[in-house]
Design a binder for this molecule. Structure first.
Ligand code: FES
Length: 181
């Protein structure tokens, strides 16, 4: 056998001085390390679980949130012909939205961002539905629900109300995920 080859006894001998100052037996030391490691894993798992649960709860809350906002007149809505649409902004200038007047004369309004990757949806008069040009998603014009394609949930809904022939946007609601989450 090669005399220079390291084995267990060589290692013990090499660390003898170190162990004299810190008198832990190797086996006990390994056990403490394993216990500490298990504790660490347990605490880390618990912390991750609590964090994930918090995020999930917040997402669920946000998904059900209906914002009460300052009502705003949707300019031009009164002159909108059935089976057509117009774009507006609500609740702020940065929030693009789309008002659809369906063939039956009813008004429906939605956030214009597709719920897949936020491309702006448009109203297709031919198909009488909202369509997303990016990945061929489509939404029901009367409900905002997904008809087909990759969007995971319905469009955000903007509640509208007609007062003295003017159409007002009064609230905005983020839809829940299609799978109910
Ligand atoms: S962004 Fe609308 S379908 Fe992908």
């Amino acid at each position: 056998m090669n005399k220079n080859a390291s084995d267990e006894s060589d290692v013990r001998a090499a660390t003898a001085a170190y162990q004299a100052e810190f008198p832990y037996e190797r086996d006990e030391e390994a056990q403490v390390t394993r216990r500490e490691f298990c504790n660490f894993l347990g605490l880390t798992s618990a912390a991750l679980f609590v964090g994930a649960a918090g995020f999930a709860a917040k997402a669920a809350l946000d998904a059900r949130k209906s914002e009460s906002l300052t009502p705003a007149i949707i300019n031009g809505a009164d002159a909108l012909a059935p089976n057509s649409s117009l774009n507006f902004n609500f609740p702020t200038e940065r929030d693009s939205a789309i008002l659809v007047r369906t063939a039956d004369g009813a008004y429906h309004a939605y956030g214009q961002k597709c719920t897949h990757l936020s491309c702006p949806v448009y109203y297709s008069r031919d198909h009488q539905r909202l369509e997303c040009p990016c990945h061929e998603g489509a939404f029901d014009a009367a409900t905002g629900n997904v008809l087909y394609g990759p969007p995971p949930r319905a469009l955000d809904t903007i509640e509208v109300e007609t007062r003295d022939r003017q159409v007002w946007a009064i609230a905005r609601t983020a839809a829940r995920r299609e799978n109910g989450g």
